[in-house]
Design a protein around this ligand. Structure first.
Ligand code: SF4
Ligand code: SF4
Length: 345
């Protein structure tokens, strides 16, 4: 597969060429923050972004979507979003989260809505240029990636190294008029970026290896830290709404005014919200804030890892840390407290 060097002008022309053929979703400025949005022109793209407000999972699991339409006394018809698109500029930690979501949505009753969007996407990753104020990808081992992308870009100062990893990535690079083969010196500069990011995206540092977290949590269920932190939790759900590895949803049927037809809709939900676990008979099996708070921490460090081959379901994006008003959501602070109190066995 090709490894090319693109000047900044080459990259702008490449994005223009992509925009001529299909939807391109990329990081753009939203006030003084950033978010993924469909590009209208190449000059909107901000590849120097620190972290986006929402994770790119929304391109595959939208905040709200119609799953099917139905006739009350008749047939139903699946609604499938089949549009091809390029997701341009996803950071390595978000790419790791996306690969985790691929495993989750492919298990058991695999989800045709997610997997169709995934099949139709071309993924262009980019190594981080500007560390975010709360990111800790280095300590989680997600600061750089070797796979999961169709093409990987690295800003090396006087341009970008672009590495194709799949046929889709190769086809994309063919549109980069003016791109030259990367030289040994370009690759050396790329390695320097990787070395820097492996250590430097580390605003919070775990006191144990992430692979130890499931074992640590085996001994922590009744630890007082969950009640202490939950004391000031608003149950606002912000920490789950911004997380690239949270995927809980609610499904509801809406019948139209004609009382004959309707839609089945799916929307994001979150385990910190009161009512998330309410079932028939008004029974709620995680009614206390403490139980919901602990569940999120266990989900990241133990429950989801058991479903996806041991990978920890926190990639260190730091979004929950920035989003939580009472400053209690940082998983590193909680895991480190458990390490301090319970030790490493
Ligand atoms: S738990 Fe927080 S830091 Fe970890 S992936 Fe989710 S939002 Fe990012
Ligand atoms: S931990 Fe923070 S962000 Fe999460 S629900 Fe509680 S107050 Fe909201």
């Amino acid at each position: 597969m090709s490894i090319k060097k693109l000047t900044k002008q080459d990259l702008t022309k490449l994005i223009d060429a992509l925009l001529a053929g299909q939807k391109v979703i990329a990081p753009v400025a939203k006030g003084d923050r950033f978010d993924f949005a469909p590009l209208e022109s190449a000059d909107q793209i901000r590849l120097d972004y620190d972290v986006t407000l929402q994770p790119p999972k929304k391109c595959f699991q939208p905040t709200w979507e119609t799953l099917l339409t139905f006739e009350v006394a008749g047939e139903s018809k699946a609604v499938i979003d089949n549009e091809k698109f390029v997701l341009f500029g996803i950071h390595p930690y978000d790419l790791v989260a996306l690969s985790q979501m691929d495993k989750i949505w492919s298990q058991d009753n695999c989800d045709v809505h997610y997997l169709t969007r995934r099949k139709n996407a071309t993924i262009v990753a980019i190594d981080v240029v500007t560390p975010s104020k709360d990111g800790f990808a280095s300590t989680m081992g997600t600061a750089t990636v070797k796979d999961g992308f169709d093409c990987l870009l690295t800003d090396i100062g006087d341009g970008f190294v672009a590495q194709a990893a799949t046929e889709k990535g190769e086809a994309l690079l063919k549109k980069a008029a003016g791109a030259k083969d990367a030289t040994a010196q370009d690759l050396q500069k790329r390695q320097q970026v990787w070395d820097k990011n492996k250590k430097g995206l580390n605003k919070h540092e775990l006191k144990c290896g992430p692979e130890y977290l499931p074992k640590l949590l085996d001994r922590a269920y009744d630890h007082p830290v969950f009640a202490e932190k939950a004391e000031t939790c608003f149950s606002c759900g912000s920490c789950t709404q911004v997380c690239p590895t949270c995927y809980c949803f609610n499904v509801q049927d809406d019948v139209n005014w004609d009382m004959k037809t309707g839609e089945r809709q799916r929307a994001w939900d979150g385990c910190l919200l009161d009512g998330f676990t309410k079932v028939a008979g008004d029974h709620e099996f995680r009614k206390s804030r403490e139980a919901r708070f602990r569940h999120r921490i266990y989900r990241k460090g133990k429950y989801v890892p058991t479903k996806i081959g041991g990978q920890i379901a926190c990639v260190g994006c730091g979004r929950c840390v920035s989003a939580c008003l009472p400053d209690i959501a940082n998983p590193v602070n909680i895991y480190n407290r458990l390490v301090e109190d319970l030790g490493i066995e």
